[in-house]
Design a protein around this ligand. Structure first.
Ligand SMILES: [Zn+2]
Length: 207
């Protein structure tokens, strides 16, 4: 497979077909020493909620949210959060945190008995909401990014935020089509799990 994406030694995404914007978020820190990256977490976010195309998410992840621009922003002002990647409605991928660093996307969380999912995961935010279908461009970009990350890291599972924080979170929501995602990533790489809630396991094909 000739993936056009790769992760540099600095943990940054490179794409031979287009420029990937890196906007450094201060909301990150070091992963615990020796921690392998084994989990991919899919989210959705839009700011203001349900409105797409603006700068709200970038402002939030860089602690520059202009509270006066929307009433909702007062409720999240001061939140220190981030994710490694953000995929816009047109499929543009923006990176906010090096994969080598721990982004603050999962919060209180647990996956298969392991808590503190930020320690061992990579977070991908899709610009969207729980009740709006995601775009084809987003699925295409997400699948390519997933292939890249699963090649470069020992990721074993792919799941949604709601699956690691079921009492607090609902994203990526019922409009996220796990089957479409799995098919685009490819059966050679992922196996769809039809447990409730759904998630994927990653086939290790590397020698
Ligand atoms: Zn989330």
């Amino acid at each position: 497979m000739n993936n056009i994406m790769r992760i540099t030694g600095d943990g940054l995404l490179q794409d031979s077909h287009r420029n990937i914007r890196f906007i450094a978020s201060p909301n990150c820190d070091a992963r615990p020493a020796g921690t392998a990256i084994t989990l991919l977490v899919i989210h959705n976010i839009s700011l203001p909620p349900g409105e797409f195309g603006g700068d709200g998410v970038t402002e939030l992840f860089t602690n520059q949210l202009r509270v006066e621009t929307h009433p909702y922003y007062a409720t999240i002002s001061g939140l220190k959060v981030s994710s490694h990647f953000f995929i816009r409605r047109d499929g543009e991928i923006i990176q906010f945190v090096s994969c080598n660093q721990r982004a603050w996307h999962a919060g209180l969380s647990c996956w298969q008995g392991k808590t503190r999912c930020n320690d061992f995961s990579i977070g991908i935010e899709l610009e969207g909401s729980d009740h709006t279908p995601f775009t084809d461009a987003q699925y295409t970009a997400l699948a390519a990014l997933t292939q890249c990350l699963c090649t470069d890291y020992p990721i074993s599972d792919i799941t949604g935020h709601l699956h690691i924080a079921p009492d607090r979170k609902t994203d990526p929501g019922p409009c996220f089509n796990w089957q479409t995602y799995a098919e685009l990533v490819g059966n050679h790489m992922v196996v769809m799990k039809h447990a409730d809630p759904p998630y994927m396991t990653v086939r290790r094909v590397n020698v």
